[in-house]
Design a protein around this ligand. Structure first.
Ligand code: 5GP
Ligand code: MN
Length: 342
């Protein structure tokens, strides 16, 4: 039984009865799924299957292999690889759970399929400014992660006793990845959830080791290249940036997920409050932004880079040249940050 008093709002009451009969359910999370997108989707899948539902997971693009220890990782239907199967999984579902994203543009072309689907749509997410496309919205922008919200959702349904070690491993993964191993984005409930998952049997040390100590030599060489040759520090504004060219991608054999975490390195400097990581992709230039304390990179990403995310971690992309995006970042920064007195 749940320890906390279930939150019996109308959405929960309706879903309790809706989910009491077996349904065809499809879960989808955002493009370039991270530990939170994967952990929440796979954890929710296990829970719903225990309740007798038929569950599929669709992701717009492929997942980083470091998360392949999660149950059903290899059963995920990837839209980029299997267009028709992914569309069918969504269009045939009775119910679609949308996890860890706030707007239909975050799932590429599948956004249209969701928009026009007659299925019941449930959104569980923690990004700022969610779009109102779902029938049931569980949006909490103060939550550390969608995994934290999945735990609360299951508790509120009154089914916390179904959370076992396997589900725990999925949900704990999102807690770790979205809080940088409990360094940011935490609130008291984050630790409550972590404690309950550990009591359910999660080996948090093993998960931390898998997630944080999984680099290959090429990753550290790439990091060395970024820090030694590609980092610019705007000392007077407390900002820093790193860029990677298309040539860097081939020289260092950079694959999906290989640049994860590089942007955070710059915040290790005491005087740096905003960090940008700008990469030249085949058709777009992508920017990842991170900040400390009350500085909102979500504002920078949404106003200037066609993106969004969270206050301290956002991203976006432009159809522009690498040089133009770098120049734009440098131009925009003085409007957001006070000049630091020498
Ligand atoms: P990352 O920099 O790790 O790619 O993403 C950091 C955060 O920004 C994530 O929460 C992600 O959802 C959000 N984000 C990244 N890229 C985009 C984008 O192009 N558009 C929007 N709306 N959010 C993004
Ligand atoms: Mn998340």
């Amino acid at each position: 039984m749940a320890n906390s008093q279930p939150n019996m709002n109308n959405d929960i009451i309706e879903l309790q009865s809706y989910l009491s009969v077996p349904k065809d359910i499809t879960i989808i999370a955002h493009r370039n799924p991270d530990g939170d997108a994967l952990g929440s989707a796979l954890g929710l899948r296990l829970f719903l299957e225990k309740k007798g539902h038929m569950v599929k997971i669709v992701m717009p693009s492929e997942s980083p292999n470091i998360f392949n220890y999660l149950p059903h990782f290899y059963d995920i239907i990837v839209f980029d690889l299997k267009h028709d199967e992914a569309r069918a999984a969504l269009s045939q579902a009775d119910c679609i759970f949308c996890l860890d994203f706030n707007g239909l543009d975050r799932v590429d072309k599948l956004g249209e399929v969701i928009q026009f689907s007659k299925a019941k749509k449930v959104l569980i997410d923690h990004h700022l400014d969610p779009e109102p496309f779902a029938d049931h919205m569980f949006s909490d922008t103060e939550a550390s992660s969608t995994c934290e919200l999945i735990h609360t959702f299951i508790e509120d349904l009154g089914e916390a006793d179904r959370i076992d070690e396997q589900i725990g491993n999925c949900l704990f993964t999102g807690l770790i990845t979205d809080t940088g191993s409990f360094r940011y984005n935490t609130r008291p409930n984050t630790y409550n959830v972590a404690a309950k998952l550990k009591m359910a049997g999660v080996d948090d040390y093993a998960l931390q080791d898998r997630i944080n100590n999984s680099l290959k030599p090429k990753h550290l060489r790439l990091l060395g290249h970024c820090l030694a040759n590609r980092m610019e520090v705007m000392e007077e504004y407390g900002a820093a940036l790193i860029h990677l060219t298309r040539e860097d991608y081939s020289t260092f054999d950079i694959q999906r997920g290989d640049t994860e975490g590089i942007v955070n390195q710059m915040l290790k400097m005491k005087t740096i409050n905003v960090a940008a990581f700008i990469t030249e992709q085949p058709t777009i230039v992508k920017i990842s932004l991170r900040s400390k304390n009350d500085i909102s990179v979500q504002e920078i990403a949404s106003k200037h880079f066609n993106g969004g995310g969270h206050k301290n971690a956002s991203g976006g992309a432009l159809y522009a040249s690498l040089d133009d995006v770098i120049a734009k970042f440098k131009r925009v920064i003085p409007h957001f940050l006070q000049k630091v007195e020498a």
